[in-house]
Design a protein around this ligand. Structure first.
Ligand SMILES: [Zn+2]
Length: 256
C-alpha cells in the first residue's frame, strides 16, 4: 500500500516536471493512482501507467504541427485535475466497485475504461496529424482538424490501435481468452465512438467574431466567443467522462 502511494507520487511529480500535468492534475493523479492501486494492485497502476505514458507521448508527438488545433480545442498542454478525472474518474468508480465486491466484472470494466480513454486520446492526438482534413460525423463535410465530432481515417485507425494496446497490455497479467479479448477491445473502442457522437451533437461549440473560426474556447483573440450549438454544460471534459462512462456501463451489462 505504502509502496503504491510512493510510486504514484513519483509518477505524478515526473508528470508535473515534464509539463504533462498541472499541479492540480498531479494531485488528482496521486488520488486516482492510490485508489486504483489499492483495489487492483500493481496491475491497476501498470495499466494506468500505459495510458498515461503513451497519451503524454502522443500529445508531445509533433506538437509543433498541432498548433493550428490549439486554436480550436478547449484545453491544450499540461492536463489539469478535471482532465485527469474525465479520463480516470470512471476507473476510480470501478476500483471502488471491485474493492467492495471482488467481482471480476469490475476488473473488466476498469480495463474497458482505460481502453476507452486511450482510444479516444490516441484518436484525437494522432488524428489531427492526418494529411487529409477530417469529415464531420453526419454531414461528411470536411472541417478543421481538431473539430469535435469529426473523424479521419488515420485518427480512427489510431483509436482502434489504442484500445488494442491496452487490452494487449492486460493479457500479460490477467487471464484473457480470445473471445474476452475481442469483447474488451470492441467495448473500449465504443468509448471513442460515443465521444465522436457526443462531440458532433451535444458538445458546446462557439464561433470567434474576429477570425470566424468554430472553436471550443470561450475566449478567442482576446474577445468572448459567440455560442453556436450544443449544451452549454457539456465541454470536452464532460464529453470525455461520459464516453468513458458509456463504454464501461456497456461492459457492465454485457458481463452481468
Ligand atoms: Zn479567433
Amino acid at each position: 500500500m505504502f509502496a503504491i502511494f510512493i510510486v504514484t507520487c513519483v509518477v505524478a511529480y515526473l508528470g508535473y516536471r515534464l509539463h504533462s500535468l498541472t499541479l492540480s492534475g498531479a494531485l488528482l493523479t496521486v488520488v486516482t493512482g492510490t485508489v486504483i492501486g489499492l483495489s487492483f494492485g500493481w496491475f491497476g497502476l501498470y495499466l494506468l501507467g500505459v495510458f498515461f505514458s503513451t497519451s503524454s507521448l502522443a500529445s508531445k508527438y509533433r506538437s509543433r504541427d498541432k498548433q493550428g488545433v490549439d486554436d480550436i480545442v478547449e484545453k491544450t498542454g499540461a492536463r489539469d485535475a478535471i482532465q485527469v478525472l474525465a479520463n480516470g474518474g470512471v476507473g476510480i468508480l470501478c476500483a471502488l466497485g471491485f474493492l467492495y465486491t471482488k467481482d471480476y466484472v469490475f476488473l473488466y470494466m476498469y480495463i474497458v475504461s482505460i481502453a476507452a480513454a486511450t482510444s479516444d486520446t490516441w484518436g484525437s492526438e494522432f488524428g489531427v496529424l492526418s494529411s487529409h482534413r477530417p469529415r464531420f460525423m453526419f454531414t461528411f463535410k470536411r472541417v478543421e482538424p481538431g473539430t469535435s465530432g469529426a473523424v479521419s481515417t488515420f485518427g480512427t485507425m489510431m483509436s482502434i490501435v489504442g484500445a488494442f494496446v491496452i487490452v494487449l497490455s492486460s493479457v500479460l497479467f490477467i487471464e484473457v481468452d480470445l473471445p474476452l479479448f475481442l469483447m474488451l477491445w470492441a467495448i473500449g473502442l465504443s468509448g471513442s465512438i460515443i465521444d465522436t457522437l457526443l462531440g458532433a451533437t451535444v458538445q458546446r461549440k462557439f464561433r470567434c467574431d474576429v477570425c470566424d473560426k468554430l472553436t471550443e474556447k470561450k475566449i478567442h483573440h482576446q474577445v468572448p466567443t459567440i455560442y453556436v450549438s450544443g449544451s452549454r454544460l457539456l465541454g470536452n471534459d464532460a464529453v470525455n467522462f461520459l464516453s468513458v462512462l458509456g463504454a464501461t456501463v456497456i461492459c457492465f451489462f454485457i458481463f452481468r
